[in-house]
Design a protein around this ligand. Structure first.
Ligand code: FAD
Length: 431
């Protein structure tokens, strides 16, 4: 009997590919309801913007590639409508059944749109290749002048950036008082300034529950809904798979669910958070690929563990990077820590090498002096700097250890006192 994988993008295909490495002779079947597999959703905003010229440039592998090169049977247009674990069998919409010995659920997440039903022709989500293709065609054909983006998470702000670069007047509506998913005033002020500097209006505290709501009473020739994601768990839940408090599928560190032989990974599943020690749901491609690999390995008879995440992400808005990892002070307090936060601004490189201002925030625990999180905002070097903080979180470092890190310096790349170390010195004073 086969290993069956439901979902043919990041987590599902990582699982299938890893399973093949572990077990060269295993029968592996991937069932994907959509028409394409293996595409980089992360590139969709850049296709809408026009920087990525063709939608198919975002497709990494085809079903033929998997069939020929990996001996993996990838079927598109194959929507799974039921899982019967006692019978070790999934049922497709077509009525066909596929039997499994081990199952990987990698069904991803979906946009949390306003209400049920289909969307009006000028309203889009930005989740699939098809969404992006239709949105880009609409921008080209209808030449809209006013755009409204609902939701100021990273997809919403990437969409706002893309619309603005297409010449639209853009308003972003956000339910909370914070931007880019971080409950942090310092961070929100920086995001807000960057958007304002590039002509994007932001209104916080606007809850758009329905598209007919007076809150959407803005001049909008095109609307992009990016008000959050929901994990696709219904199929698994109906089969008896346990759902965690986050609403995503509960897994152990082998990515196995409560049903033996059923694994889950990617945007539909929880993983462990290394700072809080609790299960969390942070749907990102980085996690989907890694957790998918672990699920696939174990489903094929391996013994691998997923270490957990610290919630690292980065997004570019009009050329500036906003990167964060770990907990904000607000989140840390809610988790029972006694957080201290410091913010500094320092040059990314020496002035004579055109260094630009880089903002760094660190959050640490007053009781243990351990780092809990941080963020970096800047035009250059932000990705490397947030990765240093993320590494420190993985290692469970204290601020005095972080302050002593031997970081690289040469004028074209960095300063002798990196902004991270300046922030750490500031934190030591506070502690
Ligand atoms: P998905 O990619 O959602 O794939 C799940 C697949 O399962 C889908 O193809 C779906 O059709 C299929 N499926 C669902 N139900 C069934 C069923 N019943 N039967 C058969 N098939 C089914 N992450 C980052 O880390 N960095 C970024 O910069 C970033 N940018 C992003 C930008 C955008 C616009 C979007 C939408 C996402 C972005 N992400 C980013 C998130 C990233 O794309 C996801 O975390 C990743 O795709 C998750 O992979 P997955 O395999 O778990 O789920």
């Amino acid at each position: 009997m086969a290993l069956v994988v439901i979902g043919g993008v990041a987590a599902g295909l990582s699982a299938a590919a890893r399973a093949r490495r572990i077990s060269p002779d295993l029968e592996i079947v991937v069932l994907e309801k959509g028409p394409v597999i293996s595409y980089g959703a992360c590139g969709l905003p850049y296709f809408v913007e026009g920087r990525v010229l063709e939608a198919n440039h975002l497709i990494v592998y085809t079903p033929e590639y998997f069939r020929k090169q990996r001996n993996i049977d990838v079927r598109t247009g194959a929507r799974v409508v039921a899982i019967s674990h006692p019978r070790r069998e999934v049922t497709l919409e077509s009525g066909a059944h596929v039997r499994y010995e081990h199952l990987v659920v990698a069904t991803g997440a979906r946009c949390d749109t306003c209400g049920p039903g289909s969307l009006p022709p000028h309203v889009f989500t930005l989740h699939t290749l098809d969404d992006a293709t239709r949105l880009r065609a609409f921008l080209r054909e209808k030449q809209p002048r006013n755009g409204v983006v609902v939701g100021a998470g990273y997809i919403g702000l990437e969409a706002a950036d893309a619309l603005r670069r297409n010449g639209l007047r853009v308003t972003v509506l956000e339910r909370s008082q914070h931007l880019l998913l971080r409950s942090d005033d310092w961070w929100t002020a920086q995001v807000r300034k960057q958007l304002a500097d590039h002509g994007v209006e932001v209104r916080c505290g606007v809850d758009v529950r329905s598209l007919d709501s007076p809150a959407v009473d803005f001049p909008a020739d095109v609307v992009v809904l990016a008000a959050g994601f929901k994990p696709n768990v219904e199929l698994a839940a109906q089969a008896g798979v346990e759902i965690g408090r986050s609403g995503a599928i509960r897994t152990d560190d082998r990515m196995e669910t409560n049903l033996r032989g059923v694994f889950a990974a990617g945007d539909c599943a929880e993983v462990g958070h290394l700072v809080t020690g609790r299960p969390t749901w942070i749907p990102l491609s980085t996690t989907a690929n890694k957790a998918g690999r672990v699920a696939g390995a174990n489903a094929a008879g391996g013994r691998e563990r997923f270490a957990g995440i610290v919630g690292t992400s980065i997004v570019g808005i009009f050329g500036k990077a906003f990167a964060s990892t770990g907990l904000t002070a607000v989140q840390a307090r809610a988790e029972g820590f006694s957080p201290v936060a410091v913010q500094v601004e320092a040059k990314s490189k020496p002035g004579y090498f055109g260094g630009s201002k880089t903002g760094v925030e660190l959050v640490a625990d007053r009781a243990t002096h351990k780092l809990l999180g941080g963020s970096v905002v800047g035009e250059d070097g932000a990705a490397g700097r947030i990765d240093v903080i993320a590494t420190a979180l993985h290692a469970g470092m204290r601020v005095d250890q972080f302050e002593q890190l031997d970081l690289a310096y040469s004028p074209p790349f960095a300063t002798v006192w990196d902004p991270l170390l300046i922030a750490a010195q500031q934190m030591m004073k506070e502690l």
